[in-house]
Ligand binder design. Structure first.
Ligand code: ADP
Ligand code: MG
Length: 332
């Protein structure tokens, strides 16, 4: 499993109606029937999956995420994260936030996870399953609980237990028993998500949001316990500070966000190198940022990771798209 522990998908969103209106040109395409992407006329990048503007939410989910659910209920941790500039489709891909949009990864995970668990219970009366959800935000290297409505200043601490599991001390975990319950918890958290106005996009997200599903399957008959987690991560925009012409406090925010993304990139690269060389002893720099400390037990080791790199097709963003494609192709 080690050589395929990090998989990378690229998704190119369609031009938005206002981009069509302003005659934006398409500068990036999927090479037909391949997992490769061509930027301009001569830059080719290879991935595990490549999705063009007509790809459905189902296609993205089924090829990249569904396989992780199977290993989740077998006891393996997994992480899915969306990387890309603001406006590239990260939040759309992870979970449709508008009623009229097709549901994204989170919606489909919610449906299928409870079906899988029901299946497990059907096999034996003595099997008990639980799903607990936590939802946090990382903003300027500070953790915030998105499910704790009243105490937004509450301190959360990242610890590691004796088995090497990451524990977030003080986080609220909500038990859910259906997809609907899970999605309504998510909506409560989304209402609290930090958004700041930037020159580039009013609702640009400058924080990382991490939804974690803690799954346990207890079999009383043979007293076995499977316990694992799936982290679904909507990363902050990958754009550089200079690009959005921000000044003052927002520039500082950008530099913090880049620390996290940089650290994540280094961890992913170290893991994929380890996979290629089969050198399990290599140093993985988890400790460099909170995001990598948090995801430590869900990235690498026996955990499986999918990175979805989201890009805009517009020639206006060609420089940032190049950055994202380079970052993503180095992660494999
Ligand atoms: P991000 O979270 O990366 O900032 P969003 O997910 O908010 O970006 O996407 C920006 C806009 O593009 C939204 O209006 C969204 O509905 C639209 N969009 C993104 N991806 C797609 C897609 N694959 N198909 C149709 N619309 C999309
Ligand atoms: Mg977003």
């Amino acid at each position: 499993m080690s050589e395929e522990c990090v998989r990378v998908a690229v998704r190119i969103r369609p031009l938005l109606p206002r981009e069509v209106l302003h005659h934006h040109q398409v500068c990036v395409r999927v090479v037909p029937d391949s997992a490769r992407v061509m930027l301009g006329s001569d830059r080719l990048f290879a991935f595990d999956h490549a999705f063009g503007p007509t790809a459905t939410q189902d296609e993205v989910y089924l090829s990249g995420v569904r396989p992780l659910l199977g290993s989740l209920v077998d006891g393996y941790n997994a992480t899915v994260f969306c990387y890309g500039q603001t406006g590239s489709g990260k939040t759309y891909t992870l979970g449709g936030r508008n009623q009229d949009e097709e549901g994204g990864i989170i919606d489909r995970v919610a449906q299928d996870l409870f079906l899988l668990l029901k299946e497990r219970r059907k096999n034996s009366d003595s099997v008990e399953t639980t799903v607990r959800v936590s939802y946090i935000e990382l903003y300027k290297e500070e953790l915030r609980d998105l499910l704790e409505l009243h105490t937004t200043q509450k301190e959360l601490h990242i610890r590691e237990d004796e088995k090497g599991n990451t524990v977030l001390v003080g986080v609220k975990e909500v038990a859910v028993t259906s997809a609907e319950e899970l999605l309504s918890v998510l909506m409560v958290g989304n209402a609290l998500r930090h958004t700041g106005a930037t020159g580039m996009n009013e609702h640009s997200s400058r924080s990382h949001a991490i939804l974690t599903l803690h799954v346990s399957i207890c079999c009383h008959q043979n007293s076995s316990l499977i316990s694992s987690k799936l982290c679904l991560v909507d990363l902050a925009g990958s754009e550089r500070a200079g690009k959005t012409a921000n000044t003052g406090t927002q520039l500082k925010e950008s530099s913090h966000i880049n620390t996290g993304l940089l650290a994540l990139g280094n961890v992913i690269r170290a893991l994929s190198e380890q996979g290629r060389n089969r050198r399990p002893s290599a140093h993985i720099p988890y400790r460099d940022a909170k995001i990598t400390r948090l995801l430590r037990d869900a990235l690498g080791g026996t955990a499986r990771t999918l990175m979805v790199a989201c890009v805009s097709p517009s020639h206006h963003f060609v420089a940032e798209t190049l950055n994202v494609l380079q970052f993503a192709s180095k992660a494999r």
